[in-house]
Design a protein around this ligand. Structure first.
Ligand code: HAM
Length: 428
């Protein structure tokens, strides 16, 4: 017998038990972003490989070892997007919608692909909701992005579980000066660095600040600090951001070692982290990337954004028991009918109820079955009430209304009053 084909490692099915929570989360974020005036953009999942190389950076982990890159039938090198910022910039440039200083506040949702080692909270196909803003250079918009995520954590009941880490990477000149000082300091201690950091010293030395090695971290205690190399403009920008977060009451910690794994950032960078998920604790991350649009061929365009990891936030909601109870309910009502004549009447009545009560969720029993088996299915559906229609009810033009989640007798309701009665029941 041939072996069953399975899903690719690190690429998961989201099963029906999980989709209500996904939709709760995604719809919650979508309506929050609507409320702040952001508009959705949808980009393709595949782009030319060159786009990611030129934006994320040739010597980043993502581009060096994590991209799903393949040759198209006509010989083009294509890549499944590892993130959304590059595609979003490509799209606004291509359609000329960020030129001439046009304000754009955009968001997107969808799968991203990175060939990482799968573990809890880290997958090869994962989902992000990202936000990108073009043509606002000041710290006010950086603050708005952070404030709106803070509001989201409030709506989801996650505020206690997340911490905002904040840093400024300064201008590219300031970073270059700092890089020189850091390389000088670490070169003198080369032998004490872990292997990865030794390699990074020549390719991407700032990433050494992120090293997980305790020995390397110990070395960094006395290393030059990025904050001491900040240019005046970046310093003022950072002060402006902190003042706004203070005014809005958003708590944060400064993490001077926060550098992020993508090359396009300058000035503000931030991460929302949690200690509730083990090693993969960053649930939302972003920053300013004022140079990227120009780097990809556009006019100089200030830009800032972030992306959150849907899997990690869903996991966090589950871990902290913040899943609303009603999500386990598939339907509000379950219609049981016994005998063919009752089935026909139930079908017609159900359609009338759908007209009368939009938003109500009603399952009509299919596949017939005994009273006991239909009620069992009604119970399993999570419905609040079963509607019961047998020969007697049919003759009397009534329906039995049986509460499934609370005590109480089955009651008879006339067909004409059913809509009104159910509206009242479901509101209570
Ligand atoms: P990132 O830090 O690479 O940034 O990813 C953002 C978030 O996506 C992470 O904080 C995490 O929650 C989630 N994530 C990343 N990789 C995985 C994975 N393998 N499995 C599960 N979740 C993952 C970006 O992608 C930038 N484009 C963010 C941005 C937008 N910056 C400016 N605008």
């Amino acid at each position: 017998m041939s072996k069953n084909i399975q899903a690719i490692r690190g690429m998961n099915d989201i099963l029906p038990e999980q989709t209500p929570l996904w939709r709760y989360f995604e719809n919650g974020v979508a309506s929050l972003l609507d409320g702040y005036g952001y508009r959705q953009i949808r980009m393709p999942i595949v782009e030319f490989t060159e786009l990611f190389k030129r934006s994320i950076g040739e010597v980043t982990d993502i581009v060096e070892k994590e991209m799903y890159t393949f040759e198209d039938r006509n010989g083009d090198s294509l890549t499944l997007r590892p993130e959304g910022t590059a595609s979003c910039v490509r799209a606004v440039l291509e359609h000329g919608i960020s030129g001439g200083g046009q304000l754009q506040k955009l968001w997107y949702v969808g799968p991203m692909f990175r060939h990482e080692r799968p573990q809890k909270g880290r997958y090869r196909q994962f989902h992000q909701i990202g936000v990108e803003v073009f043509n606002l250079p000041g710290p006010d918009i950086d603050a708005e992005l952070i404030v709106l995520t803070w509001r989201l954590w409030g709506l989801l009941g996650l505020r206690e579980a997340v911490t905002l880490e904040l840093n400024s990477l300064g201008s590219s000149e300031a970073r270059a000066r700092y890089r020189e000082a850091l390389v000088e300091y670490l070169s003198a201690r080369f032998e004490q660095l872990d292997e990865d950091s030794q390699r990074r010293l020549s390719s991407n030395p700032l990433r050494i600040l992120d090293s997980k090695s305790p020995d390397t971290q110990a070395l960094l205690v006395d290393a030059p600090k990025l904050a001491d190399y900040l240019d005046e403009e970046s310093r003022l920008h950072f002060e402006g951001l902190k003042a706004r977060l203070d005014a809005a009451g958003v708590p944060y910690v400064i993490n001077s070692k926060l550098v992020r794994g993508l090359d396009y950032y300058g000035k503000t960078v931030f991460e929302w982290v949690t200690d509730q998920l083990g090693a993969q604790g960053t649930v939302c991350a972003g920053g300013r990337y004022d140079g990227l649009v120009e780097q990809l061929g556009g006019k100089p365009t200030p830009a800032v954004g972030f992306a959150m990891g849907v899997e990690r936030l869903v996991l966090l909601l589950e871990t902290l028991d913040k899943v609303p109870a009603e999500l386990s309910r598939q339907v509000d009502l379950y219609f049981c009918a016994f005998g063919e004549a009752a089935e026909l009447a139930a079908l017609a009545l159900a359609e009338q109820l759908r007209d009368a009560l939009p938003g109500m969720r009603l399952a009509v029993n299919a596949g017939a079955g005994s009273f006991k088996s239909q009620l069992k299915k009604a119970d399993k559906s999570g419905a609040l009430y079963a509607l019961v229609l047998g020969e007697d009810e049919l003759a009397g033009r009534i329906v039995g209304l049986k509460p499934l989640r609370a005590d109480g007798e089955q009651q008879s309701v006339g067909w004409d009053e059913l809509g009104e009665r159910l509206a009242a029941c479901l509101q209570a």
